[in-house]
Design a protein around this ligand. Structure first.
Ligand code: FPP
Length: 231
């Protein structure tokens, strides 16, 4: 079975650049090329939801120059890819707090989300200024505003940025690090985790397929037992 929702922690852009004695920004640039390929691949493979971790609430600690370069790449990506994403039937959603983003980028991002909102193809989530703890605090605040006193798991889920989407079946992290890095803490409760040594700029459609093949071999029990183990 193809996983319905695949989430990816795209890591290793800086190391990719360092290996080539290039400035870090070249790694991010190449990382954007990988993003474009993986969106198409995911759409062709029949994945319904793809979530990409592009900028975390902790990434503000990076040098201003690198942050500006990341914003600029995002700006170019939105400008150049909007039409193609729309033609592919992609429905774009942003996970995270856009209020700290430069006004022009915020407006453009919100515009493309709006025009693609009715599309029925791949649901593409880009996590920007995203942190799972911040997401939960935001959700609890909204629940209080709505006067919810007895929240259920379903109610909490419906206040997250991923409201209405199924939880990730498969979480991929590139560059060999075994960390979750404050990503989708609530949603990945039962996700299968796949870590590859490939650095994000080198990640290909074939690598995505390998991750899916590995996922297909896993036995998901969601805390229960498999039939043959029941006496
Ligand atoms: C990790 O590399 C990757 C990121 C900071 C996020 C990914 C961002 C992009 C691919 C570019 C911009 C995104 C969009 C949506 C246009 P790292 O710098 O942490 O690598 P390192 O761990 O090797 O230093």
């Amino acid at each position: 079975m193809i996983p319905v929702h695949v989430a990816i922690i795209m890591d290793g852009n800086g190391r990719w650049a360092r290996q080539k004695s290039l400035p870090r920004i070249f790694g991010h640039k190449q990382g954007v090329e990988t993003i474009k390929k993986i969106i198409k691949a995911a759409s062709n493979l029949g994945i319904k939801v793809l979530t990409l971790y592009a900028f975390s609430t902790e990434n503000w600690k990076r040098p201003v120059k690198e942050i500006e370069a990341l914003f600029s790449l995002l700006n170019i990506f939105i400008r150049e890819e909007s039409k193609e994403l729309d033609d592919l039937g992609v429905c774009l959603r942003i996970l995270g707090d856009l209020s700290k983003f430069p006004c022009n980028i915020k407006t453009e991002v919100e515009y493309i989300c709006k025009i693609t909102s009715k599309n029925t193809g791949l649901q593409l989530n880009i996590a920007l200024n995203y942190g799972a703890r911040q997401e939960l605090v935001h959700a609890f605040g909204k629940m209080l505003e709505c006067g919810i006193e007895n929240p259920t798991e379903e109610i909490v889920s419906s206040f997250l940025y991923t409201a209405g989407q199924s939880d990730p079946d498969l979480l991929i992290r590139t560059s060999g690090e075994f960390r979750i890095s404050n990503f989708l803490l609530w949603q990945i409760a039962y996700s299968e985790i796949y870590v590859t040594d490939k650095l994000w700029p080198d990640f290909t459609k074939r690598d995505l397929e390998d991750a899916i093949l590995e996922f297909q071999k896993r036995e998901r029990r969601f805390g229960g037992l498999i039939e043959s183990n029941i006496d």
